[in-house]
Design a protein around this ligand. Structure first.
Ligand SMILES: *Cc1c(COP(=O)(O)O)cnc(C)c1O
Length: 437
């Protein structure tokens, strides 16, 4: 079981929404920091352990700065993400670039920052050499293909576009060594949002065994293995969070039985976790504006899948609560929807929820919604939106993405990204030229 919490009471939210109108994302700094410290405590047994937070999950420099202060690095896959790492003080080998189909300018930028470059393909060895030059340290991404089962989000490794085959990766290290590379690392990412601890332990064991084979066949001794991201979170209340100590224990046992017993220790361990770091500590807060009853009952929000697309994209479950109605009976069945002209713009389908009051009902009944500071219309809180949330948003239908707030450890709230404006939407168009067009 996982406890679904929201850090603000209804009156606190009422007050906040006066200053920052819905919809908005809000992140809980205390929750994130305490979680980061639990991860570090569990993995401190591995000397040199670093988690490179995958920037794509929550690309906000304020959040990255909090993570950097706790010693986390960054995992980047584009030029903009490298800039985000740089501007938050994440430096050198604390940055890992695990990209694919990487253009020359991104390799050059990564080289300039001294980031660890994690190559996605055999042909990129030469591409990197010709475009940016080979650095002292190179990491290679392994795709085990049929040797490892995949999961729902990433799919089967065999069908995934990432990484080197086993045969290629052995040849890859041999070639790098020949070309004068001095330090080596190994990476894989075979699953996403995977809650099974044994699955992750098996992935680690697979990499450790590969490290032995690499040593045997090429003489290359790895400096670290990066287990990638992919640790799941309990989106559904009846799922259980990954137990970090249990995971660490299993990885350590696998390490002892392979790396240690073969005498090729020490090899450091790194990860690229993101979802499990911030996911449960972010929420999308929207307001219920309309209610309609046709063949089903619908609650229409002031947010839509342009703000948050996991439910529509993956059919993902996201828990929903209604502040102030935490203990109310779940008497209704609704589809909770956004305003996009796409029928999959649904945050929840046939979900049991308390009876929700909307802004439109207020207009019709009390009329106070015409006043600026009316508190009518229930808040609808979408949980576990702290990773792969706003970042996946888009501007289809001319929708403007909402902003981001941070609940500080002292209880204050700061805006860490303003909502988009219509000027932002038109910013890439030359509207002066349009007049004479
Ligand atoms: C997306 C991604 C991650 C982060 O995955 P989570 O599931 O959020 O932990 C890490 N590494 C790579 C290469 C990724 O593409």
């Amino acid at each position: 079981m996982s406890e679904k919490y929201f850090p603000l009471t209804k009156p606190e939210l009422d007050k906040l929404a006066q200053k920052y109108p819905t919809p908005f994302f809000i992140y809980d700094e205390k929750g994130i920091v305490e979680n980061v410290r639990r991860i570090k405590a569990a993995f401190s047994i591995f000397p040199g352990y670093i988690n490179h937070f995958a920037v794509k999950a929550l690309p906000n420099p304020y959040i990255l700065k909090i993570l950097a202060a706790e010693g986390f690095g960054a995992d980047c896959a584009s030029y903009s993400e490298l800039l985000l790492a740089e501007m938050t003080g994440i430096k050198g080998e604390k940055i890992m670039i695990t990209s694919n189909e990487t253009p020359a300018n991104e390799y050059a930028a990564a080289r300039k920052l001294g980031a660890v470059i994690n190559l996605d393909d055999f042909t990129h060895i030469e591409f990197l050499e010709k475009t940016a030059g080979l650095p002292e340290l190179v990491s290679l991404r392994y795709n085990p293909g049929p040797l490892k089962e995949g999961n729902a989000i990433i799919g089967k490794p065999e069908e995934a576009k990432y990484g080197f085959t086993r045969e290629q990766i052995i040849r890859g290290y041999a070639l790098l060594k020949e070309k004068g590379v001095k330090r080596f690392a190994l990476h894989t990412m075979v699953a996403s949002n995977e809650l099974s601890v044994p699955y992750h332990i098996e992935t680690a064991r697979m990499l450790f065994e590969l490290a032995l084979e690499i040593k045997d066949k090429t003489g290359v001794r790895l400096e670290f293995v990066n287990l990638g991201g992919g640790v799941g979170i309990p989106y559904m209340p009846d799922q259980t969070a990954v137990d970090y100590a249990f995971l660490q224990n299993g990885i350590q046992k696998a390490y002892n039985e392979t790396i240690l017993s073969a005498g090729i220790d020490p090899i450091a361990i790194r990860t690229e976790w993101a979802r499990v770091v911030t996911g449960p500590y972010g929420w999308l807060v929207a307001r219920a504006i309309h209610k309609k009853e046709i063949y089903r009952k619908y609650i229409g929000l002031d947010a839509c899948m342009a703000d948050f697309m996991r439910p529509a994209y993956y059919g993902a479950y996201h828990h929903i609560t209604v502040p102030g109605k935490e203990n109310a009976p779940l008497s209704e069945t609704y589809d909770v929807v956004g305003s996009l002209c796409e029928n999959n713009d649904k945050f929840a389908v046939q979900r049991r929820l308390p009876k929700i009051e909307t802004v439109a009902e207020c207009y019709a009944d009390a009329g106070c919604c015409a006043a600026e500071n009316c508190l009518c219309g229930d808040f609808v809180v979408i949980h576990d939106a702290g990773a792969h949330g706003r970042a996946m948003g888009f501007n289809y239908n001319g929708k403007l993405r909402c902003g981001e707030l941070l609940l500080r450890q002292d209880g204050s709230v700061v805006q860490i990204r303003r909502p988009e404006t219509v000027e932002d939407y038109f910013a890439t168009l030359d509207l002066n030229s349009l007049k004479s067009f």
